[in-house]
Design a protein. Structure first.
Length: 72
């Protein structure tokens, strides 16, 4: 479908300092759009409740064992 290939664009004004900081974070083969997507993705909250009850219990047990080993 042709409509799936149309991408809208928007300009965002940033200061020269902000642009310089973004450029320093940008990978050589990365567009600014890809950089911003990567930065946004790293800031997304963790999905709470993503573990099953069994996985959560296993993690709690591992934490408890770790704490006990430091108490010795």
């Amino acid at each position: 479908m042709y409509a799936d290939r149309i991408h809208m664009s928007t300009s965002i004004r940033v200061s020269d300092d902000t642009k310089s900081m973004l450029e320093s974070l940008k990978r050589e083969d990365e567009t600014f759009d890809e950089l911003l997507e990567r930065l946004i993705e790293s800031e997304r909250p963790i999905n709470i409740g993503a573990w099953s009850e069994e996985e959560a219990n296993s993690a709690r047990d591992a934490i408890e064992r770790s704490r006990e080993s430091f108490e010795r």
